[in-house]
Design a binder for this molecule. Sequence first.
Ligand code: CA
Length: 229
Amino acid sequence: MPAAKITIIEDEEDIRQLVRYNLEKEGYLVSSHESGEVGLSSIKSDPPDLVLLDLMLPGIDGMEVCRRLKKDAATRDIPVIILSAKGEEADIVAGLEQGADDYLSKPFSPKILLARIHTILRRVTQPLPGENDVIQVDELLIEPRKFSASISGKMLELTAGDYRLLHFLASHRGWVYTRYQIVDAIRGEGYVVTERAIDVQVAGLRKKLGEYGHYIQTVRGVGYRFKDT
Ligand code: CA
């Protein structure tokens, strides 16, 4: 398999070099840029497999870079990991809703960065479960055709909302979603939930999941994700 190409857009030289060093050590091909403008044109002329994108950039900022990448059919499918400073949760939420795939808060360890990259690149090659595919996580079984879930053969008593929430998160293991994205994804005929109600619903679902409750992880200030393998 040819080495994956990764583009970094980050104006802080120390971080850019540190990331570059660690990625190259892992065998990735790296293209690094300090401004959004230059990074964008590089991505357009030579599309990478993944983009690491700092949010606070001089000139056009990371959010705008993300918006432009996701608007363009040629670059829309390239996964984007946002690099954000501490305390920028609102920006992380906005970035995810703009189509970014994940985020890392600075300072981050090279080990975590590499793990995230690995997870996201794996997603690209492993298709998501189909709408009607059974999802199994250890003893937890989610059966879309029956609209039900069970643990070790014991049926869970889920409301339609619980089921939709569980199925949505479990079919995107490891993906972080904002409350808004969850509301948008699980809204269905006769079933509407608000962003504020999501927290209550998650708490209720966790309780019903018992020992599997911790698989639904809270991403502080951002949203939720289903624990990855
Ligand atoms: Ca910056």
